[in-house]
Design a protein around this ligand. Structure first.
Ligand SMILES: [Zn+2]
Ligand SMILES: [Zn+2]
Length: 386
């Protein structure tokens, strides 16, 4: 069979949280995703379950990356491990109970075989890894458990390095970074010594590095380390600095280096992360509908300007169940479910893709994303095992 015959055509959603109701039960009403979805579901669902299995089955996504999250308040290594293991097991059990539709892929080969059977491949990831990748053995433990991708840093500066600081009042989310920036800016250096070790531990273990949430310096240093190892990285849910002037926004230089290394990125679909900041050239049009897919399109169109249309694979990084609202409905006349409801859940992804196609977005880029994800995973594994 030739290479092109084996290539998967379809979408990966690089970032969602199927099991987050376990550590964060107090932040997600309607917990259990195996219950029927709420008929009142809207895009403004930050604290309501919207990864219901009935919705997930309609998403049309080939690969769904499910990130475990640690509630790190008062946490220790043992507690963090326990929380992650519980979430991984939960995802495995959901897949077993709905075996006609899903299976968990612990290796790239398993993912290819699951997709060939017409099922969705669920893949384990971690968002934030404090305590969990201090040694190569730690990292190898997660690889053995089937974790494909890890973001070492999440919302606050941690033992591995600096996280990005949001603008305005949301800066308090990274209160550690905010205090350091205000009173001791020279103490923020990007990755810590342990952080650089952790990145190398992931490379040695064959786990994809997810650079989401890193500060500009942490990201630059990570890209430097992975360039030395000639290994691609993934940015699972981000946005573009040219459109939204915040530290978490990717600069053009960073976007290019992610793709130069064979990596991939996803523009998040979380509503609070997308609306433009600062003077844009050209300015947004008079009929721009803030908070809707129009915000998302500004970022995607910037990528297309930078990289070319349908030139590079582009993924989804929805952050469903990530405690954020998603794209709101379009202002004015609505033609499709996606226009009418916004991105109220994974079941509306096919309608969103139709919308993007009608807007002349290069959807072929999206359809190449599942394949690129598997190639990146395969490369990580081969590099580690060589
Ligand atoms: Zn996130
Ligand atoms: Zn998330």
């Amino acid at each position: 069979m030739s290479k092109s015959e084996k290539e998967i055509v379809g979408l990966v959603d690089l970032h969602a949280h199927l099991a987050v109701h376990l550590p964060f039960w107090f932040m997600l009403f309607g917990g259990d995703p195996e219950k029927a979805s709420s008929p009142k579901l809207t895009y403004s669902h930050a604290h309501h379950q919207h990864m219901n299995v009935d919705l997930l089955k309609k998403s049309g996504v080939k690969i769904y990356v499910q990130a475990a999250l640690v509630n790190s308040f008062g946490c220790s290594k043992a507690k963090a491990e326990k929380q992650v293991l519980e979430q991984l097991e939960y995802v495995e059990n959901v897949a077993k109970r709905h075996a006609n539709d899903f299976a968990v892929a612990h290796t790239p080969e398993e993912a290819r075989s699951i997709i060939a059977q017409g099922k969705m491949a669920l893949i384990h990831a971690l968002e934030g890894a404090e305590f969990l990748i201090d040694s190569v053995d730690d990292a190898r433990f997660w690889r053995k458990r089937g974790v494909a991708m890890i973001a070492p840093i999440h919302l606050t500066d941690n033992e591995y390095g600096d996280a990005s600081i949001m603008s305005g009042i949301k800066a308090v989310v990274n209160w550690k970074g905010w205090l350091k920036r205000a009173f001791w800016p020279s103490s923020r250096h990007g990755l810590t010594v342990l952080g650089k070790v952790a990145i190398n531990n992931l490379l040695k273990a064959g786990i994809i590095i997810d650079t989401a949430h890193m500060s500009e310096q942490s990201l630059d240093q990570t890209l430097g380390l992975t360039a030395t190892a000639k290994m691609p990285t993934i940015m699972s849910h981000g946005f573009v600095r040219q459109i939204r002037q915040e530290e978490r926004g990717l600069t053009d230089r960073q976007i290019k280096s992610i793709y130069d290394l064979g990596g991939m990125l996803a523009i998040t679909a979380g509503l609070p992360m997308l609306h433009p900041h600062g003077p844009l050239t050209p300015p947004v049009s008079s009929d721009h509908c803030q908070g809707s897919v129009d915000d998302y399109l500004l970022h995607v169109q910037h990528l297309e300007k930078l990289l070319g249309v349908n030139t590079q694979p582009m993924a989804l990084g929805t952050d469903f169940n990530g405690f954020v609202a998603h794209l709101r409905p379009k202002c004015g006349a609505a033609l499709t479910d996606f226009d009418r409801q916004g991105l109220a859940g994974p079941h509306l992804i096919p309608s969103m893709m139709d919308y993007l196609k009608n807007k002349n977005v290069g959807v072929e880029s999206y359809n190449r994303s599942a394949e690129r994800f598997l190639q990146i995973w395969e490369q990580a594994v081969v590099h580690a095992d060589a």
